[in-house]
Write a protein that binds this ligand. Structure first.
Ligand code: ADP
Ligand code: MG
Length: 170
């Protein structure tokens, strides 16, 4: 079920992996229990790197890695806050398989991020933060472009541009 966003995406230029981690750390401040993040972008784009920053900002137990054999990991918070559920849907063929993980049972209490979630995770919630990471071109160039788009009531009026106070709106 698709819900149209009424807000334009925020575009962020991310020069290095450390900047990507920092973006994740900042993102953590916006997050509340029940939030869903759907991250997309090709292999090596930086989805897991962003998730590592998010985990750092949330103060959850690590390490956050690219899950090879598991589809989903729960990282409990060290500070009594919400846990981070990290899903890598790369090997999932269908939304039905995502349902098998039964994220519904944890969604309300945790912050859930689904890598490769586009086309799969939308059905989990009408409210979600969609994050698309693109390599900007040259293989030798580390720069990534990140598009952030809040979908649904939860994200109405949330100032995503505030994540990058030092960057002009592009
Ligand atoms: P994904 O989860 O999207 O497959 P990863 O986060 O696992 O991607 O890998 C991204 C790789 O690219 C890491 O090795 C990271 O250090 C590197 N990298 C280089 N520049 C950037 C950048 N600007 N943003 C994110 N990662 C970067
Ligand atoms: Mg990954």
């Amino acid at each position: 079920r698709y819900v149209l966003s009424t807000e334009l995406p925020v575009r962020v230029v991310v020069p290095t992996a450390d900047d990507m981690r920092l973006l994740g750390v900042r993102l953590a401040r916006l997050m509340r229990a029940g939030d869903l993040v759907v991250a997309s972008g090709e292999l090596g784009a930086g989805k897991t790197t962003l998730t590592q920053g998010l985990g750092e900002g949330l103060g959850v137990e690590g390490p956050i890695t690219s899950p090879t054999f598991v589809l989903s990991r729960i990282h409990p918070a060290r500070n009594g806050g919400p846990a981070l559920v990290h899903v890598d849907a790369y090997r999932l063929g269908s939304a039905a398989e995502l349902e098998d993980i039964d994220l519904d049972s944890s969604l309300a209490e945790t912050i859930t991020i689904v890598e490769w979630g586009e086309g799969l995770a939308e059905g989990l919630s009408d409210d979600r933060l969609e994050i698309e990471i693109d390599r900007s071109g040259d293989v030798a160039d580390d720069t990534r472009t990140v598009l952030l788009r809040g979908v649904g009531e939860r994200w109405q009026g949330v100032d995503l541009q505030a994540l990058v106070p030092d960057q002009e709106a592009l």
